[in-house]
Design a binder for this molecule. Structure first.
Ligand SMILES: [Zn+2]
Length: 260
């Protein structure tokens, strides 16, 4: 067993590097560009960013978040995504320990970070993340590594219900309201969450997602007025529910449920 300090250092380091890669995914995937070529460039002067400027967080601080050639200010989101991913990985480690489940949670946690930022900006969830994640989650349930508590049957049924029930709901919503509530991307995301986390994940996602979604919806009507409502990206809210289950925080609403 590795010493605790080494584990923490390794988890944080991997989190920062994965976060750095997620920044590339968030910028390029929704635009249909290759994730691996060309190397990162300044969005303004197009000069390529040198390797030593690609160190997570450190480079951003040294360069004050600017291009070394032209001084163009990079979005603070780059650093936010890196730090967020590192904190998320460390939290998974605190909950799951140095186990194979930690690797699974980190893998899907990373996918959920990308889904959230892409959906928030572009109002889409790329299939390669949602359907790709769904297939990988089903495979993991089939292989059933030590500590993975969701059986293949549960994974399969929960994703089927997640997809089927909410696809019907989204069509019904569209039929009645004449506008999109849950989109097709959200429905596929629910299938992925159901396959990874089983019933608790599906229920948690829908519960937290609808709660946060209505809250933000009401707020947008209140602040922007009814006619200027913006379409709400549900992905980040559904993901919040899934992350709560992945961090074993779902007792929060089960307690409430039992006490009601
Ligand atoms: Zn530049």
């Amino acid at each position: 067993m590795m010493p605790i300090e080494v584990q923490i250092f390794a988890v944080l380091l991997v989190g920062l590097c994965v976060g750095s890669f997620l920044n590339v995914v968030i910028v390029r995937l929704p635009r249909g560009r290759s994730l691996f070529e060309p190397s990162s460039r300044c969005g303004f002067c197009r000069s390529s960013i040198p390797v030593w400027m690609n160190i997570p967080v450190v480079s951003f601080i040294i360069s004050a978040g600017q291009c070394v050639r032209c001084g163009f200010a990079f979005s603070a989101r780059y650093m936010v995504v890196e730090i967020l991913t590192a904190i998320l990985f460390l939290s998974f480690w605190a909950v799951w320990g140095w186990t194979s489940e930690l690797v699974i949670m980190a893998l899907f946690g990373a996918a959920f970070v990308a889904v959230s930022f892409i959906d928030a900006e572009f109002r889409i969830i790329p299939d390669v993340l949602s359907l790709g994640g769904w297939i990988v989650a089903l495979l993991i349930a089939l292989i059933a590594p030590d500590g993975h508590s969701v059986s293949f049957m549960e994974a399969f049924l929960a994703s089927l219900v997640g997809y089927g029930a909410f696809w019907m709901m989204s069509r019904l919503f569209y039929g009645v309201m004449g506008e999109e509530g849950l989109g097709g991307g959200d429905v596929k995301l629910l299938a992925m969450i159901g396959a990874l986390l089983g019933w608790p994940g599906l229920i948690g996602s829908v519960l937290v997602g609808s709660l946060l979604g209505s809250l933000v919806g009401l707020l947008s009507i209140f602040v922007l007025g009814k006619t200027r409502r913006f379409p709400i990206p549900f992905g980040p809210f559904l993901v919040t529910g899934a992350l709560a289950v992945m961090l074993q925080l779902d007792f929060l609403w089960w307690e409430f449920w039992g006490g009601a």
